[in-house]
Design a protein around this ligand. Structure first.
Ligand code: UT7
Length: 329
């Protein structure tokens, strides 16, 4: 039994934070941002009390509406996110209730920028074992909630957004074929929100020093991302005896266009086969992979071999090989 993606949904907030606007906020410029990252604009969720669940719910409802899915038939809702609504209450439980998944259980899954990729592994395993028939995996992050908009090293990169996919059993062999997932905790000091968790609960001094926000040693993360994302992508091709000509698409975490290009180059893939939307959304953390599927769904054909790859905080990274299960609807 394979676990196939059978439906896709997505949502990005309306407000567009352009490079031009950022030029008025920090010492940066459009030319630098585009040449170093490939990002032209990103979306920001505004509105009091609106958190990650707001986008997760919209993405899930988009999927439900497009695929005529009865939400009561969903067995499990996983919200992959690094920015849950609240410290203790599950974002997934709230999301499931709001979309009418009344018979589902739900949980959050956090592996930083690899949350959705690792979520694909978890969701597909539940299907492959035969335990559940419909698993809704949502990748959603409100990164703007943890960004210091006075820090040009991070505020130009991140955006908000969400995407959702449904995993169902497939007896024709389509769906997840293989995965290669890794973690290395020695990298955690390079990309983190240090304060506000259980090690260092938030205190006034942290807020005074703006320490409740993301810190990233970009150069170091970049180096590890380039090496590792390319490495796992190459390994997954090798061990499945795939050549570059067999691959229809690379769906890589949208953190930096140069990292994506390096991964594509390592496996020799032409630009036309590389899904790219970083220019529109920036890095939406758990949202990047499902938002790629959301934007490219109309171009995907039954049988297309897709390599997913991600790298992010932790460090966590990996690659997953999936065959697409349906033609454009
Ligand atoms: O999704 C999770 C994983 N995250 C990633 O994969 C992100 C990985 N890292 C990166 O994408 C890149 O390292 C960045 C985009 C964050 C930075 O790009 P970079 O090419 O590594 O720049 P840099 O940090 O080496 O900085 C180069 C120069 C520096 O100036 P000097 O020292 O050469 O004079 C920086 O001060 O660019 C300067 N700089 C900027 N200039 C204009 C840094 N940020 C900016 C900025 N605008 N926003």
């Amino acid at each position: 039994m394979n676990a196939a993606i059978t439906a896709v949904g997505g949502y990005v907030p309306d407000f567009v934070l352009t490079n031009k606007i950022l030029e008025g906020m920090v010492d940066t410029n459009d030319e630098w941002i585009v040449s170093r990252t490939g990002i032209k604009e990103r979306r920001i969720l505004r509105g009091e009390g609106l958190g990650t669940s707001f986008m997760a719910i919209h993405a899930a409802k988009d999927l439900i509406q497009k695929s005529n899915l009865d939400p009561a038939s969903i067995d499990l809702v996983i919200v992959a996110t690094a920015t849950p609504d609240m410290q203790a209450a599950s974002t997934a439980a709230y999301t499931a209730s709001q979309i009418g998944a009344v018979n589902a259980f739900a949980f959050d899954l956090d592996a930083a920028c690899s949350s959705f990729l690792f979520g694909m592994s978890v969701a597909s395993s539940y299907i492959e074992t035969g335990r559940y028939k419909k698993v809704l995996l949502i990748g959603a992050d409100k990164n703007s909630s943890m960004i210091n908009y006075e820090d040009r090293a991070t505020c130009i990169i991140f955006g908000d957004g969400a995407g959702a996919v449904l995993f169902e059993p497939n007896e024709e062999g389509y769906g997840v074929q293989d995965e290669y997932l890794r973690s290395d905790g020695s990298g955690r000091d390079y990309l983190l929100v240090k304060y506000g968790g259980s090690s260092f609960p938030l205190e006034h001094t942290h807020i005074d020093n703006k320490e409740q926000f993301v810190f990233q040693d970009g150069k170091n993360v970049f180096k590890h991302a380039v090496f590792n994302m390319a490495d796992v992508s190459e390994r997954i091709l090798d061990r499945n005896n795939l050549s570059k000509d067999d691959i229809a698409w690379l769906a890589a975490h949208q953190a930096n266009k140069r990292i994506i290009d390096a991964t594509a180059n390592r496996i020799g893939l032409e630009d036309e086969k590389v899904m790219m939307n970083i220019q529109k959304y920036g890095n939406t953390t758990s949202g990047t992979l499902p938002l790629l599927l959301f934007d490219y769904e109309s171009q995907l054909k039954k049988g297309d071999k897709i390599i997913f790859a991600a790298f992010g905080g932790g460090f966590n990274w990996g690659a997953l090989y999936l065959t697409w299960a349906y033609d454009p609807r």
